[in-house]
Design a protein around this ligand. Sequence first.
Ligand SMILES: *Cc1c(COP(=O)(O)O)cnc(C)c1O
Length: 399
Amino acid sequence: MTLARRMQQIKPSPTMAMAAQVKALSEKGIDIVDFGIGEPDFRSPDVASEAAHRAIQDGHTKYTPASGTDELKEAIIHKLKADHHLDYNKREVIVSCGAKHTLYNIAQVLFDPQDEVIIPAPYWVSYPDQVLLNDARPVFIETREEDQFLLTPSQLKKAITSRTKAIILNYPCNPTGSTYTAKQLEGLSDLLIETPLWIISDEIYEKFVYDDVVHTSIASLGGPLKKKTILVNGVSKSYAMTGWRIGYAAGNQEVIEAMGTVQSQCTSNPSSISQKAAAAALREGGSFVQTMIREFSDRRDLMVKGLNAIPGIKCPRPLGSFYVFPNVKALIGTTYNGHKIGSSLHLAAFLLEQGWVSTIPGEAFGVAGYLRLSFATSKERLMTGLQKIKEAILMLSHG
Ligand SMILES: *Cc1c(COP(=O)(O)O)cnc(C)c1O
């Protein structure tokens, strides 16, 4: 008796594995400062929680249409119009159990065996495995730190073959915090317009942009781009609603309806109660988002400054998301008690065991030599953690 072959190709999400390790240490009574967190530390907005209470009281506790309620679709359509001047109808929108599920549904309906799917690296941990789970081939393009980890048109051009089916873009990016300007997106889309590729655009961090950065969706750039793009978003990050599991996609009706068919066979609808809460958040959660972003902006400054004050760490200032992605290459090759720190993977293990801080090594995102640190934690904890990292790193010997 054996498992399917595809199970040999995939692994559990490394960020979730790190979370389990942190939990195990915490249960032993060790105080770990957790920079691994992939969700906002804010409580979900009251408007969402109240809508959920009302939903239960009013009996909205039954199946909904598989692809989501009209009420939530309307709130999504309104949001996409207000934020991006994009027009969609209800048949072009689907609600799923989190954006991760949305992305999985997309992979199910678009990918055939041997199809190539372009994924710029560093990438979010689930993209390659979702492609592999659908028997297609991830094709990685390693972006460069000196390009702010953004894909360049010439890199993209070289990667496209007759087998390329889609490209997955994520901006603002988890893990790098980089994001494309409208002009940079145009550089990519000029090329993409010429091809039969689908563009899967994961914009879940859209609201987490700082300074004067404006988020532009590639779908809004005009011409055929809207038809080629499956726009993915959700309420998990923007509204601190990770546990409610609501994500959505908007795009080509044939693709969206196919996703609805898959969903109707796999899970039926996302939670009726969560859909009520998400609709309320999208309609009335604007000021909540603003408060959260102001706080995150301050934390970002604190993190960048604190990390750059530690010898061997070089931390660019991210324009978006709630992660920093410092270069730690200067620390690779150092030793601790005779043990060599041979990679960023080792460095993260060292920081956890000796410094009691959890970080995610770049290897999890396809690039060694970096760490991802989340600033979705209070300023006090961030300061404590930065101090702990500094003390741990000062224990390393060079040469
Ligand atoms: C968190 C995250 C998601 C998934 O979010 P859900 O909780 O499933 O809605 C998708 N893409 C990226 C890049 C993420 O960081």
